[in-house]
Design a binder for this molecule. Structure first.
Ligand code: TYD
Length: 194
């Protein structure tokens, strides 16, 4: 079972991914992982992506280069061994941030999904959704700010809309969870939807 968590800044994805993985670990092997990253080359690419600005197409290619490494070296082998995989962000983040937020090419995104992931695709995706202002405030309170968090509020609103568009397009895969609820309620909502 391949499960992904998606959402904007400050939605609590990492915390909820940890909780979900801990719950699933009671029943069997679980790989808890994240993007950009999750494999040595992909972690190196994460450093490149977060440390400087890129030409938009180059940026989309870098996200998929990291993702390809992640799928080939971590996700696919874990799934093949019968483990559950819980991943903090996946290809939908590239759609939301690079296509929705940055106005990138949706056809290129589709081509990269089809051409690099070899059919590895989440069975269940949680959109941890909350108002953009509240999420950014949470992220700011956390201290460290990455390059994307620092972009203007219009960018983050487009990201949120793009996530909702993805969820509406593939309703069987997505579950939208109100991430403004207390942590325990968010976890309970995810477990109920599994
Ligand atoms: P991260 O520290 O994981 O942020 P968060 O905790 O908010 O998830 O940094 C990842 C950043 O990279 C985040 O701001 C979203 C962005 N991102 C993209 O723009 N495209 C992508 O495909 C992915 C996976 C992440």
């Amino acid at each position: 079972m391949f499960i992904t968590l998606e959402g904007g800044e400050g939605a609590g994805k990492s915390t909820q991914a940890r909780r979900l993985a801990a719950h699933l670990a009671q029943r069997g092997a679980v790989l808890l992982t994240r993007e950009p990253g999750g494999a040595p080359g992909a972690e190196a690419t994460r450093g490149l992506l977060l440390s400087r600005a890129w030409d938009p197409r180059a940026e989309m290619l870098l996200h998929f280069a990291a993702r390809r490494e992640h799928v080939a070296r971590s996700i696919r082998p874990a799934l093949a061994a019968g483990a559950a995989v819980v991943c903090d962000r996946f290809a939908d983040s590239t759609y939301a941030y690079q296509v929705g937020g940055q106005g990138g090419d949706a056809a290129l995104w589709r081509m990269l999904v089809d051409g690099t992931l070899e059919g590895v695709w989440p069975a269940r995706t949680f959109l941890l959704d909350m108002p953009v202002e509240a999420g950014l405030a949470r992220a700011a309170a956390r201290g460290e700010t990455n390059r994307y968090e620092a972009l203007d509020i219009g960018f983050h609103q487009r990201v949120r809309e793009a996530f909702h568009m993805q969820a509406a397009r593939e309703p069987a895969r997505w579950r939208v969870i109100d991430a403004a609820q207390p942590l325990d309620a968010v976890t309970a909502a995810m477990l109920a939807a599994l």
